[in-house]
Design a protein around this ligand. Structure first.
Ligand code: SF4
Length: 166
């Protein structure tokens, strides 16, 4: 690759990152939440909190989404659908776990119908704790994810101890 080709490819990379950071489209998936976290996500999308000022837009199709926002633990019934949704998203894709249940299983930990928390099914890039987290916390978590994208890095994954099975 000569110097001008190298320059063009670097420039294209910078433009792509700029576009990705300024217009991350998201899809929301409830994999078993009690709906508390989902209501807070909906509040985050309203003009009061105005998440669109960061270019974040909710999409109906995983094929148009860069960020998968997940709530709740993962139930046996939702696991396959969650994986299918993730697989349909174009690369590079990012996963945000919202709420204590998505992070650790929360109050649903150990239930007969729960496979585990989201990080046991998908690679999670950002964790937003709370039961449920407030819209300010959700915005803060997503903006931190965008800052990592801007710097060309991925957030350090957090490791949880595996859940004991009966
Ligand atoms: S973290 Fe709290 S609000 Fe969110 S799904 Fe779990 S119990 Fe419901």
């Amino acid at each position: 690759m000569n110097v001008s080709q190298n320059y063009v490819s670097q420039l294209m990379g910078r433009i792509t990152t700029w576009a990705r950071v300024n217009s991350p489209w998201a899809i929301h998936f409830n994999s078993g939440s009690c709906n508390g976290c989902d209501i807070e996500i909906l509040a985050t999308l309203t003009p009061r909190y105005d998440i669109e000022r960061f270019g974040i837009k909710l999409r109906g199709s995983p094929r148009h989404a860069d960020v998968l926002i997940c709530t709740g633990p993962v139930t046996r019934q939702a696991r396959e659908r969650l994986l299918r949704t993730y697989e349909q998203m174009p690369d590079p894709k990012f996963v945000v776990a919202v709420g204590s249940c998505g992070i650790s299983g929360g109050v649903f930990q150990g239930c007969y119908n729960i496979v585990g928390h989201i990080n046991e099914v998908l690679p999670v890039d950002a964790f937003i704790p709370g039961c449920p987290p407030r819209p300010e916390a959700i915005i803060d978590g997503i903006v931190k994810l965008l800052t990592h994208l801007q710097n060309g890095t991925r957030p350090e994954p957090i490791q949880f101890a595996p859940q004991e099975t009966a």
